[in-house]
Design a protein. Sequence first.
Length: 287
Amino acid sequence: MTERTRRQHMVYAYAVLRPTPEAARAAAVLRGVADEQVGLVETGDLAAAVGPVPAEEFEEGALKTGLEELPRLEALARGHHGVVAGLAPLGAVLPLRLATVYRDEDRVRQVLQERRDQFLPLLERLAGHVEWGVKVYTDPTDSLAGDAAVPAEATGGEAALSPGRAYLAARRRRRRGAEELWQTAARTAARIAEEAGGLAVGRVAHRPQRGELAQVAGGGTAGGGKPGGENIANDAYLVPADRAEEFRSRVLAAAEGQPGVRVEVTGPWAPYSFALPPDPAARPEPV
């Protein structure tokens, strides 16, 4: 790489994996977050999938600004995941954090060497496993749940109340209904965790999502797949690849017949939740 190219580009790192001819061929046909050609940087028995990206867009200040813009963040996430997903079928892959950028390929090799004793055991552990995501929501649009949440006195006596008292009674009714939905969803989440634990070899409990992030992102659902509701549980499970479909079926079965609850199951994915985060040096560095 010439000095001119060094000044113009940085190196975006997508994942750590074993260096094999198959991995090299697969990486060579992938395009990354800047539509760049992806390749492998190798050092001994480890490799990193990387691509050259424009320094003016990926140095620390510009990258931080871009990550605050939702369209830019979404495009970056799609490009990052596209590379990881393209490599995952070849064997164990350790996805790196979104926007892991290094000064040059020499720095990538240095990180691989420094963290070899962490990366190799992880690759060994994750070989033959995939990640499944399981999210549990309350579903206030469920008509059966709505009917169950209406107390008997509200169906006849509320019309005789003054407007103020009727308003307060309606608020209490909605609050009781929301609490009942939450309790039902929490019990369902516990039952799913118990069922999933019989197949998974690892679990990570992520923070429940709020706002736009809590909307349906796709995948199998139990409870109708309707948007809205509160995200009660947001878990990731590490599952043997040969039991992936069994895992999905059993999780959805555990959620069936629960009014007011929606369950979303997504996957299989590369094991994002079970890979080590990059070290503090895995940030945009001065060119």
